[in-house]
Design a protein around this ligand. Structure first.
Ligand SMILES: Cc1cc2nc3c(=O)[nH]c(=O)nc-3n(C[C@H](O)[C@H](O)[C@H](O)COP(=O)(O)O)c2cc1C
Length: 167
């Protein structure tokens, strides 16, 4: 088993490495995996969430025997988030959602431009509302001040799933 990941600013990579440490296997970036792993190697795939899509997933599914998918986004975890990500990515495989982090200073190119626009739109929308939702206030705070929610303990459920396959 290998862990393969796509990370833009590092949070997804941290989770992928925590799981690799726990399972005692190697973690590789998708680009590296495409050139060094055999086609159809068994992998657990980690990708950051970009506008509801798990980044790099199509390539991972096409090239490897992906047995589990882990998506890392900024939304607080909930059943609703998992259902919506399953739908928007057409997922039938085991799927885990993890809350990563946000660091505006580490964004580049179009992602930085998109987030600058999204932040200012969200701010305006919140200012117009008498009682903005806590979820909106949370998101704006993270977009303005950053946040890191990566926690090694959060990969426990993925490790448990992995070991349960062996029984
Ligand atoms: C352009 C862009 C779009 C994003 N879209 C989503 C999203 O739809 N849902 C979500 O929960 N997080 C979204 N995020 C937040 C990232 O998924 C989050 O910051 C994640 O931890 C990034 O992981 P990374 O550090 O491995 O790149 C978005 C971030 C950017 C920059």
């Amino acid at each position: 088993m290998k862990i393969v990941y796509t990370s833009n600013t590092g949070f997804t990579e941290q989770y992928a490495r925590h799981l690799a440490d726990t399972l005692g296997c190697e973690a590789l970036e998708l680009k590296e995996a495409l050139s060094s792993l055999r086609k159809k190697s068994e992998i657990i795939y980690f990708g950051w969430i970009n506008a509801g899509k798990v980044e790099g997933l199509k390539k991972a599914l096409k090239n490897f025997n992906t047995v589990c998918i882990c998506g890392v986004g900024i939304a607080p975890p909930s059943d609703e988030v998992v259902v919506s990500l399953r739908e928007s990515n057409g997922l039938a495989l085991p799927f885990f959602y993890l809350q990563g982090g946000f660091d505006f200073s580490r964004l580049k190119g179009s992602a930085k431009i998109k987030m600058r626009i999204a932040r200012s739109l969200l701010k305006k929308s919140i200012e117009k509302k008498e009682k903005p939702a806590d979820s909106e206030k949370f998101l704006l705070d993270v977009m303005e001040n950053g946040g890191n929610f990566v926690d090694r303990n959060k990969i426990k459920s993925i490790a448990d799933w992995y070991y349960s396959r062996m029984i």
